[in-house]
Structure formats: C-alpha cells, structure tokens
Write a protein that binds this ligand. Structure first.
Ligand code: CTP
Ligand code: MG
Length: 232
C-alpha cells in the first residue's frame, strides 16, 4: 500500500516579505506561520508523516515546541538554494533514511500557505489517489491579464481562457517527482518539472483562500481568514 506523505519546503528567506525573520516564522495568530500548514496536514487522516525541510543553518525552528505533532513530524535540515533544490534534497534524504518508498504519494506544500483547508486537501487526495500522473490544487485566473513592454505599457492583453494559478499541495509519486526534479531544476513548482517530462498533471479546483503569503499585506489577510475560522 502506498502511503501519503507531506513535504513542506521551508528553507526560503522570504525576501519579498522584507522581514529579517524568514516569513515561515512570522507570527500568525500567535503561532509561527508554518505551524498552520503543519497542523492542517497533521489533522488529515490520509497523511502518515510530514517532512519539514529547513535550511541547514536554521536556528528558529528549535525555539518553538512542536511536541503536539509527535513522531508524525520529521525535520530534515537539508534545504537548498532554491525551492526545487529543497524539495529534491528532502526527497533524497527521506529515502536515505528509509522513510519513504518509491511508490508513495508525496504532497509538497508551501510553508507559506497557512490557509489550506481539510476540504481542499481531501479533494486533492480523492481526485488523484488513482491518477497515473498526479496533480495540484489550482484556481482559474480571475483578473484580466496584461503583458507589458519594457516601459510598463501594455503590449497586449492575454486571454485568461484555460489559465489557472498553481497552488500547493502538489501531489506526485515519489519516483516520478524525484526523477522530474533531477532532470530540471529551473522551475518554481513541482508540476513544472513533471510537465517537462511530457506529462500532464491534473488541475484540481481549489479556491483563493489557499493563497501564498508573499508580501506584508498578505499576512494581515491570512490572519483574518484564520481568525474567522477559529471564531465562526
Ligand atoms: N523555499 C525553500 N527553499 C528555498 C526557497 C524557498 O524551501 N531555497 C520554500 C519557502 O520556504 C516556501 C516555499 O518554498 O515555503 C515557497 O517559496 P516562496 O513563497 O517563494 O518563499 P521564499 O523563497 O522564502 O520567498 P521569496 O521568494 O520572497 O524570497
Ligand atoms: Mg522564493
């Protein structure tokens, strides 16, 4: 039986957030931001382990108490220079430590998406558990899209027909994802690596609540969403 394992790359510096503290540790509803993603994945009954990938020089993680997540949470200090490198290093290290089998499903989820819900997670797993390729949560693009020239003037308007925004988790089997990332590292999500192998990952309809906290104003929005969930 293949297992469902979550892998959270959390070795970024959060440069667009502009805070000295990497954004995954910024306070969100009295917890470091990454707590929320871990908690949602931990509560899901499909997921047997959660790997968190930290940069080897991380000295923040140990400042918090993670014991509520027991041995289901496994920290790997093998983050790399890019997200793709962090994910690949995590996959390789988990295999070296006999924590995964090649046929297991890996759900890669950004530490910076704290508003993921159980409903979205269950939907992703249910829609993909028997899929040959795997896929990801995504939302159809809502705004009109403009392509600019070098002077920030509109060169043309892009059609938004069939355009989606990729989110996470992105769910692929261990062997496929590892091969894909070995082949191409110049990408910003896992699905792109799988696409580069000529495969077509499935887009599973999500919603915009599962946005990525990137800029300072995103933090306030995430806080409001989580607060509202905790006090409906
Ligand atoms: N990430 C990682 N290793 C890297 C870069 C990013 O594990 N070398 C992780 C981040 O910690 C985050 C996820 O990948 O959980 C998504 O990346 P992003 O939102 O771009 O985070 P940062 O790279 O930290 O932010 P920025 O691009 O603004 O610097
Ligand atoms: Mg980044």
């Amino acid at each position: 039986m293949s297992k469902f394992l979550a892998l959270i790359p959390a070795a970024g510096s959060g440069s667009r957030m502009g805070n000295e503290l990497p954004k995954q540790y910024l306070s969100l509803n009295s917890r470091p931001m990454i707590y929320h993603a871990i908690n949602t994945l931990y509560q899901n009954h499909w997921i047997s382990h959660i790997f968190v990938i930290l940069t080897p020089s991380d000295d923040e993680w140990v400042k918090y108490n993670w014991s509520e997540f027991s041995e289901k949470l496994i920290v790997l200090n093998c983050g790399g220079a890019t997200r793709a490198e962090s994910v690949l290093n995590g996959l390789i290290t988990a295999k070296q430590r006999s924590l995964v089998d090649t046929n297991d499903w890996i759900l890669v989820h950004d530490a910076a998406r704290p508003c993921l819900t159980q409903t979205q997670l269950d939907k992703l797993i249910n829609e993909l558990a028997n899929d040959k390729v795997g896929g990801l949560l995504a939302v159809p693009v809502a705004d009109t899209l403009k392509r600019s020239n070098t002077q920030d003037r509109i060169a043309h308007t892009e059609s938004r027909e069939n355009l989606w925004q990729a989110q996470t988790p992105q769910m692929f089997r261990y062997d496929l994802l590892t091969k894909a990332l070995h082949n191409t590292m110049n990408i910003t999500d896992d699905a792109s690596a799988v696409e580069a192998m000529g495969l077509q990952p499935k887009l599973v309809l999500s919603d915009t609540y599962n946005f990525k906290v990137t800029y300072p104003q995103d933090l306030a929005l995430a806080e409001l969403i989580i607060q509202k969930r905790n006090n409906p």
